[in-house]
Design a protein around this ligand. Sequence first.
Ligand SMILES: Nc1ncnc2c1ncn2[C@@H]1O[C@H](COP(=O)(O)OP(=O)(O)O)[C@@H](O)[C@H]1O
Ligand SMILES: [Mg+2]
Length: 240
Amino acid sequence: MLSAEALVKRFGRRIAVDGVSLALQRGEVLGFLGPNGAGKTTTMRMIAGCLEPDSGRVRVAGTDMAADRRAAQALIGYLPEGAPAYPAMTPRGFTAFCLRARGYSGARLKAAAELALARANLGAEADQTIATLSKGYRRRAALAAAIAHDPPLLVLDEPTDGLDPNQKDGVRALIREMAADKAIIVSTHILEEVPAVCTRAIVIARGRVLADAAPAELAAQARSGRLEDAFRQLTAEEAA
Ligand SMILES: Nc1ncnc2c1ncn2[C@@H]1O[C@H](COP(=O)(O)OP(=O)(O)O)[C@@H](O)[C@H]1O
Ligand SMILES: [Mg+2]
């Protein structure tokens, strides 16, 4: 569903992403794990077609992002970092707005919006102004808009960041529900998040992939504490 090959992005003299490759299939939830500043957001922006790589290639279900961005982006649901949404709109209005931008109208738009709002568990809050919603519901509103066109690939940048434990659980449950028939990549800087939602994980630091672990391996590494040790060291180095 997704193939990223040797992605590189520089900002001035700083290399934010330094040759990241990854592949993702339907049914997988890939954890994209790394300390702050590791290059997660920059990689996800390139995967979503919002930022052009200096070199490297992104393909979504075989469609090349650089050659046919519109077709590739139609297959992606992207939740940017911080889950931005227009605060003056309601979740229903924002979801409809995003669907219209994708060419939906009439009954098809209405049906897709209803399904997305239900999937994101927005009840009466679907008609409340986004500015007045709690953080958890604001996140759900952005998620509803991201999944409304029922894309087979979801790119979620720190979807649970800043939420309280209950809200985190809600968003994780939603990701697990959607996982069966989609390919999902979820970034996080919190190690504990990975076993809660992911079937596989990639660890990234300083723009490079350090580890790509299968579920069993990852569980073993997590149990032995090796992953925690490596991660703590990286986080400390980044902070230094
Ligand atoms: N638009 C930008 N201009 C300059 N530097 C940037 C920009 N975006 C990200 N960076 C830098 O690239 C590095 C990776 O950032 P980012 O991809 O946001 O990491 P993460 O999401 O893992 O925290 C950081 O050093 C960050 O400061
Ligand atoms: Mg980030």
